[in-house]
Design a protein around this ligand. Structure first.
Ligand SMILES: [Zn+2]
Length: 302
């Protein structure tokens, strides 16, 4: 009776706080000091999901494993690496104007990034995806039309993911390996469908400049530069003019500090098995839970 009650409690916790679950891919990484689930978030999804680094998530493993019928969430927020490597990732495109402008400046700087594209946008501009891949960038899946996956049925989740992956495959010749769930909204069910069923890696972020609020290019640049750490996965959107204007400053500043930009898959491949200190989350808003609601901005931008 008591065991059943404890089990139910953990199942309930998983539903409310998806980040209580573990990053199984990093289970071999020794966990640092336990992280309290309510630690300051980087950005918070509508499900009030604190952003923690992948190795921090592993510290919650016992809580998950006590509920054997529940598949844990597995996600990458940042990667423990041994060198000054980080990944810059752009969501919600491609944009017929801004993504092309971004590709031009990335080419001029010799920097590789990752684009988490929305399927319906990718279907409109497959040539932009083809160019991005030809120039060394990675394309990830950001669903077909940017829903909150946790609110969809299993079938609808798989439609969102698979339809987008097919468009990316047709445009680039490569099936995407990564999924970034809109709003960072995941739970054990989404994780099971994406990671186990589709064999993809779930990628969130460790630095969010809140560029969807359009705070101005100088603020976006400052936030990204301030949040940079080895192994960071930095979030931005290639649908906001101010973000594109900020990128040259960000790249120049971080190159000057000795950082190397790699794609998210390259960063994951660099994952160190050595004990790592916890990567402190960075927030642009002081940590107050703020739902990411950039879809309406996307609609305005395109
Ligand atoms: Zn998005």
């Amino acid at each position: 009776m008591i065991k059943a009650a404890i089990f139910s409690f953990f199942v309930l916790l998983l539903g409310v706080f998806p980040s209580l679950s573990t990053a199984q891919e990093n289970a071999s990484t020794p966990a640092p000091a336990p992280t309290v689930p309510a630690s300051p978030p980087v950005t918070v999804s509508p499900a009030a999901m604190p952003e923690v680094s992948s190795q921090n998530s592993a510290s919650q493993k016992p809580a998950v494993n006590s509920a054997s019928s529940v598949v844990p969430c597995r996600k990458y927020c940042s990667i423990p690496v041994d060198g000054p490597y980080l990944a810059l990732a752009f969501d919600d495109g491609p944009s017929a104007t801004l993504t092309l402008k971004l590709l031009d400046l990335l080419k001029a700087k010799g920097v590789k990034v990752t684009f988490f594209v929305i399927g319906e946008n990718a279907a409109s501009h497959p040539e932009i995806l083809a160019r991005a891949v030809a120039e060394g960038h990675e394309i990830g899946n950001h669903t077909w039309d940017h829903p909150q996956l946790t609110k969809l049925s299993d079938v609808r989740i798989q439609e969102e993911v698979n339809k987008t992956s097919e468009v990316i495959l047709q445009a680039t010749g490569k099936k995407p390996l990564l999924l970034r769930p809109p709003y960072g909204a995941i739970n054990a069910r989404v994780s099971h469908l994406v990671v186990d069923e589709d064999g993809m890696k779930m990628v969130l972020w460790s630095v969010d400049p809140m560029d969807w609020k359009r705070p101005g290019s100088a603020v976006v640049a400052q936030r990204l530069i301030a949040g940079a750490k080895p192994g960071a996965i930095m979030l931005a959107h290639d649908i906001h003019p101010g973000t594109i204007e900020a990128i040259p400053t960000v790249i120049d500043a971080l190159l000057a500090k000795g950082y190397h930009f790699v794609t998210v898959s390259e960063l994951i491949a660099m994952e160190s098995q050595a004990p790592q200190p916890a990567v402190a989350p960075t927030t642009a808003s002081g940590g107050a839970p703020t739902p990411v609601v950039h879809k309406k901005h996307r609609k305005k931008s395109l």
